[in-house]
Structure formats: C-alpha cells, structure tokens
Design a protein around this ligand. Structure first.
Ligand SMILES: [Ca+2]
Ligand SMILES: [Ca+2]
Length: 329
C-alpha cells in the first residue's frame, strides 16, 4: 500500500503540451526564478533506479520562459568542480539582498551525499562553484530549500547511508527520516518521524515549510520559528506518492509532482511504464484545502513525474529518469 502498487491512473490532458528537447534521462527537480529563468536538474542516477543514460554525468539546464519558443541549454560549470561524478538531485535557488543568485544542488557523487552551492552568472551562462557541504546529519539528502546564501533546510529520505540498511529501513517502515537545518554556524535536526521525507519548499511569506512524505502520501505543514526550528501545524493526506513541491509565488498554491504507482517506478518495464500525475493544492492552511489533478498520464507520454512548477501560465513537469514537458495552462 505504501507503494500504491495496484493504482492505475485516468488520463487528464492539457490542451497544449510539448516534450522539451534535450531532456531524455530525467529532470528530477526544477526551480524557476521570479524573472522566468528555470533551472533543471538532469540525469539523476541511483542504485535500483532506471537510467536511460547510465554513462552520462548529470547537469544543470537553463530555460528562459520569457522566450517565444524557449529551449533548455546546459549551463557551464566552473573549473575545479568534478563534472564526471556530478549527479544532481533536488535543487533550490536563493536571491541575496545584493541580487546575487545562488543555486543549491543536492549531489550524489559516487552515490555519496553533498549539497553544492553555486553562484549563477547569467552573462556567462555558467555556474561558479562556491562550496561543497558534507555533514553527518545529511546522510541521504533528497531536496533542499535555501533560506540564506549558505543556509538551507534539507530532507533526508533515509536515515542510513548504506544501501542494505536503507532497504531494511524502508522495509521495516521505521519512520526515522528527518529534516535538517544547515547554516555555517549551526546544523541541527528540526523535524523527524517521516516515513521518507522528500520534496521541501516554503510559503511565499516565508512562515511555513512544506515537506512531502513520499511513502506516507502526505504533505506536512510546519511553522518556522525565529531559531529556525520547525513546529508541526497540519498534515494533508493524499492518495499518491508525493515527490517535489513547488510554490506559485503569486497565489501560494503548492504544485506537486507525484508517482501514482511506486511499484512501476522501481521495477522498470517499458511495456508497463510508471505513470505521471500533477496535483495543485490551494489554501493548504484552510479547513478544506482544494486538491486538483491538473495533469495525469499512464506513461505513454511522460513517465515518473517528480516535479511540477508554474510561471505565467506555463507549467513545467520533470521526471525521475524520463523526459520533461512544457505545457500551457
Ligand atoms: Ca527543490
Ligand atoms: Ca525528490
């Protein structure tokens, strides 16, 4: 039941969608700046997870959504950073008071766990690597939400790093996964007890942190305290495996990339591929949040949606290891 192994999806189509050229081996996470520049984390590889390009390193692509026919172009990364082992996962952008744009990237070089901080240099179409963060409280990072130039919340989707212990932990349903706050001065556990903490994001007023628990099919709303601790406000129960969370900055709506059937994700069968599902959640703090299925597909077009994010009537949908969609709403 945690994997929703028996669930099949009914198609929900949008009138105008196209596959994005150049994305064929996953775009696990997408983050859009307020000016319409979208970052894509592409080419994630993981033990047990299918890959259409197992020998190609991952990368970060950029798409300018203000263009008439936007294209995804790979960003150059500064010398000194190990590109051959780049294996990007969750990402988050941060704009500093001096307008510097930072890109935070969860990275799994050789299946290890780091958070990389880059400075985005728009004129050069490149990322300048600033810092690699490793920490014992970050054993299995999935996603981050940046809250300062070197400050973030991160989800751990497992308690253990070792693949066998990871498997055992999930099998035994231990609920040991957590959220960690990281800053140069202080690193601490701020929320725990998740089955598998995955996507993380923040409300536009910066008061609330949202955490997706993928195997419990839940979105947790947590209130940010002045000392950066988190206190639980509420839990929204859904009927699907919730992956990354994106926020519409104007409405505060939460857009969720979901896996309707988790079994199909881990046992990849091209004749029975994993499906995709995008939910929009309105008024999550109210008594009755409104949950709408905006897009759903049985895998004939898009397999394994992990993120959905909006900008000015455009919806971008990324996947764990398949393609990505550009849709008009
Ligand atoms: Ca993210
Ligand atoms: Ca994720």
């Amino acid at each position: 039941n945690r994997l929703k192994a028996s669930r099949e999806v009914e198609s929900v189509d949008l009138p105008s969608c196209r596959l994005i050229k150049g994305i064929e081996a996953g775009a696990e996470d997408i983050d859009i700046l307020p000016n319409g520049l979208a970052f894509f984390s592409v080419g994630l590889k993981f033990p047990g997870l299918h890959s259409f390009a197992p020998d190609k390193p991952g990368g970060i692509l950029l798409m300018d959504l203000n263009e008439e026919k936007p294209k995804a172009k790979e960003l150059r990364i500064s010398r000194g950073f190990n590109l051959a082992s780049f294996n990007p996962h969750g990402i988050s952008t941060f704009i500093d008071s001096d307008d510097t744009v930072y890109l935070f990237v969860v990275n799994h070089p050789d299946f290890k766990n780091t958070v990389e901080i880059f400075k985005f240099e728009e004129e050069e179409n490149s990322l300048l690597h600033l810092k690699t963060i490793r920490h014992e409280l970050l054993p299995s990072v999935n996603d981050v939400i940046a809250v300062g130039p070197a400050h973030f919340y991160a989800t751990n989707d497992h308690y253990f790093t070792d693949p066998f212990l990871k498997y055992l932990e999930t099998f035994l349903n231990l609920h040991w996964t957590n959220v960690v706050y990281y800053s140069p001065n202080e690193v601490k556990l701020v929320a725990e007890g998740f089955d598998s903490a995955n996507g993380i994001n923040m409300s536009p007023d910066k008061k609330y942190i949202y955490v997706a628990d993928v195997l419990a099919h839940e979105i947790h709303v947590l209130e940010k305290q002045p000392n950066m601790n988190l206190t639980q406000v509420k839990v929204l129960q859904l009927d699907t495996l919730v992956d990354n969370l994106s926020i519409d900055p104007s409405s505060g709506d939460i857009w969720v990339g979901c896996h309707p059937n988790g079994q199909k994700l881990f046992v990849y069968d091209p004749s029975n591929p994993p499906s995709s599902e995008v939910l929009r959640i309105q008024n999550i703090l109210s008594e009755k949040p409104l949950v709408t299925t905006v897009y759903a597909n049985n895998g004939s077009v898009l397999q394994g949606s992990s993120v959905a994010t909006v900008y000015d009537g455009i919806l971008l949908i990324g996947t764990l290891y398949h393609r990505a969609l550009y849709c008009e709403l």
